[in-house]
Write a protein that binds this ligand. Structure first.
Ligand code: SF4
Length: 466
């Protein structure tokens, strides 16, 4: 049974927050908004850290070795925050051949990887059989590799492209997903969550699934026994209340998944990962930062905050500049938002740090602001790096970051089972004598014209290029 919400209690009372951390009370949306605004960052972090420690203990923090594979960048949608998508006739549009995909999986296996995260644009030229053959080919050759693939926007387009049997969206999704599950699909990533509130979503996610479709896709996955994750991309046109509303929908639908499917071996959301919008090379990134345009008055609230409502019903007509100004999130806003997610999502097992966008140091600090997991080592990333910011870490470095933060690093699998707890001198980080060869590497490209140098990671004397 979920803990009670006691809206009338003063959430700034430490005794009430103690009860939230202990799992005896749930934050209401208004209480979450209040602590976002009123608690000093350090205190908010301390409460989130306590909640994390209650769920995950004092000692171990995890990472997974997986590989992001973006099988195509051709996409029917035109999300304004996206620098990755291409039309099919653009010179750098691509769809990977099976051989290229299999080579990438082999490289992952060679460094002890356990999972692929495979997502792409929504490419209308790929038939359903292409996906089924891809899944079964990977699974036949690499039965040990967990296939975490195809986010809800892709599934909604599969329904549109392939017109599967069924009288409702749920039944159509069920048909598609079931075939893919049989072919080898293991779980569904939470991509395309962005911000759920309609006013924001309609502005930034042109041509992409709506919130009901996103949540319905995940519900069908849970019904079929697959776990999923949930994500949020913030720090653009949205208000803070929109972030809370987004978390509230995640918590509500997780309750439903647990209540309706858990007894029959159903799936659920395993993790929540949030990150700030990266603006380079994106149409949305050309919007002025709030306060930097003539006539902007920083004494007035940010347009997104005027529009946002905790129940998600905000209307764009509430402010003439809504959608025309962004409020980029820096490190402290990121940590604050992540800390709130740990306190709010009491039915989510894992909160992931987003070092990929925030950098290794803030990603490491995030482990003391409610995150229990560093996510994946990064062999390859194509989506947020197209928008300007991606960092690249190998296994020794990710272990070192966790250890330097006061925890024992442990490799996990997709189900968050621990595979290796690195306590002895054979640990990936403790074997390294010369860290000068293992610097944190940044894939960030500052200008549109320059091409990035290929990044080469060396693991156990084997060179991998991205
Ligand atoms: S974010 Fe995804 S769905 Fe949106 S345009 Fe980019 S590739 Fe397409």
């Amino acid at each position: 049974m979920p803990a009670l919400i006691r809206q009338e209690l003063d959430i700034l009372d430490p005794a009430v927050l103690e009860a939230v951390v202990a799992g005896q009370l749930r934050l209401s949306p208004a209480q979450a908004l209040k602590i976002y605004h009123k608690l000093p960052l350090y205190e908010l972090g301390r409460w989130a850290d306590a909640a994390c420690k209650r769920l995950h203990g004092e000692h171990i923090r995890t990472y997974v070795i997986d590989r992001n594979i973006n099988y195509t960048n051709i996409c029917t949608a035109k999300c304004t925050f996206c620098a990755f998508r291409r039309d099919g006739d653009e010179h750098d549009a691509y769809t990977l051949e099976y051989d290229e995909l299999l080579t990438k999986v082999q490289e992952l296996v060679d460094i002890g990887g356990t999972q692929i995260l495979m997502q792409g644009g929504m490419n209308p030229d790929l038939p359903f059989e292409w996906y089924l053959d891809l899944l079964s080919t990977i699974k036949e050759r690499f039965p040990q590799v967990h296939i975490h693939a195809f986010s809800p926007p892709e599934f909604i387009e599969f329904v549109r492209f392939f017109d599967p049997p069924g009288d409702s969206l749920e039944l159509k999704l069920h048909w598609v997903m079931k075939q893919m599950q049989k072919a080898g699909l293991d779980s569904i990533p939470g991509g395309g969550g962005e911000i759920f509130a309609d006013a924001v979503r309609i502005k930034i996610g042109l041509g992409k699934c709506d919130t009901t479709q996103w949540l319905t896709t995940m519900r069908v996955a849970h019904q079929l026994g697959m776990n999923t994750s949930a994500t949020m991309m913030f720090g653009h046109i949205e208000g803070i209340a929109d972030r809370i509303h987004h978390m509230d929908l995640c918590r509500t639908w997780q309750d439903k998944a647990i209540n309706d499917f858990a007894a029959d071996g159903g799936g659920r959301y395993k993790a929540f990962i949030s990150w700030p919008f990266q603006k380079e090379n994106t149409p949305l990134g050309r919007c002025k930062e709030w306060g930097q345009a003539e006539g902007d008055d920083l004494n007035q609230p940010f347009p997104g905050d005027v529009v946002a409502k905790l129940d998600g019903t905000g209307s764009k007509s509430a402010h003439p500049l809504f959608g025309k100004r962004v409020r980029m999130a820096g490190s402290t806003d990121y940590l604050r938002t992540q800390a709130i997610s740990r306190l709010y999502l009491d039915n989510f097992y894992s909160i992931g740090s987003s070092w990929v966008t925030m950098g290794p140091s803030i990603g490491q600090l995030a482990l003391t602001y409610g995150a229990n997991d560093m996510g994946s080592v990064m062999m390859e990333e194509n989506v947020v790096s197209a928008a300007g910011t991606t960092y690249c870490l190998d296994e020794p470095m990710i272990c070192r970051l966790i250890r330097d933060c006061g925890f024992t690093p442990a490799q996990r699998n997709n189900q968050y089972n621990l595979l290796k707890v690195h306590v002895d001198n054979n640990s990936p980080d403790l074997c390294i004598n010369d860290w000068s060869k293992l610097r944190k590497q940044k894939l960030h490209v500052e200008t549109v014209d320059e091409q990035p140098e290929p990044v080469v990671i060396t693991v156990n004397d084997r060179q991998l290029s991205s």
